[in-house]
Design a protein around this ligand. Structure first.
Ligand code: PNS
Length: 161
C-alpha cells in the first residue's frame, strides 16, 4: 500500500471551511490527496453526489495534488482498490476522539497496511460541522464564515426554506 497516497473520506454534505483547512494541510504533507465522498444509499443527504463533488472541486481549485472520487462499501476496500496507504481524519473537539479512535482501530484491524493520520482542526473550526451549516442555511443565517467562498451562494440558495 502506497504511503504517498492519502485518502480524506467523508460525506461532505456540504464541504465546510473546516474540511478545506484539513484538505489544504493534508495536501501539503502527502504527495497525492484523494478526497473521497461516501455513497451512502441509506442516507439521502441534502446535496446529490454530483453537487458535492462539484462543490469540492470548486472549493479546492488551485491545490494541485488533490483529486476527487466517490466510493461505497468499506473504506479499507476502497484504499486497497486505489493502493492508498493513509487515511486522513480531522479531529475537532475531544468528543470526536472516541468514535475516531474506534474507526481507526477497526480499520487497522481489517487492513494493517493502512494507517490513520490525524490533524487537529484549526481552533476557529473546532465546532463546525456540515449539519450545523445546513441548519444555519435553512433558517437564513449567514454561512459565509463557515463554507468556502465559491459555494456560499449555492448552499444558501439550495437550503433556504
Ligand atoms: O463525514 P464523516 O461522516 O466523518 O465520514 C465518515 C466516513 C465516511 C469516513 C466513515 O463513515 C466510513 O469510512 N464509512 C465507510 C464504511 C466503513 O468503512 N465503515 C467502517 C469504519 S469502522
Amino acid at each position: 500500500m502506497n504511503p504517498e497516497i492519502c485518502v480524506y473520506a467523508g460525506s461532505f454534505d456540504p464541504i465546510t471551511a473546516g474540511h478545506l483547512d484539513i484538505i489544504r494541510r493534508g495536501a501539503a504533507i502527502f504527495p497525492k490527496l484523494v478526497v473521497a465522498v461516501l455513497r451512502n444509499p441509506s442516507k439521502k443527504g441534502a446535496f446529490t453526489m454530483e453537487e458535492r463533488l462539484s462543490m469540492l472541486e470548486r472549493s479546492c481549485a488551485g491545490i494541485p495534488n488533490v483529486v476527487f472520487d466517490s466510493f461505497d462499501g468499506l473504506l479499507v476496500d476502497y484504499m486497497r482498490k486505489i493502493d492508498a496507504g493513509v487515511i486522513l481524519r480531522g479531529l475537532r473537539a475531544v468528543s470526536d476522539f472516541e468514535s475516531e479512535f474506534q474507526m481507526a482501530q477497526l480499520n487497522r484491524q481489517m487492513e494493517p497496511q493502512v494507517e490513520t493520520f490525524f490533524l487537529m482542526t484549526s481552533p476557529e473550526h473546532a465546532y463546525l460541522s456540515s449539519s450545523a451549516v445546513r441548519e444555519i442555511a435553512m433558517f437564513g443565517g449567514d454561512i459565509s464564515p463557515f463554507v468556502p467562498a465559491p459555494i456560499v451562494q449555492e448552499v444558501a440558495c439550495k437550503l433556504r426554506k
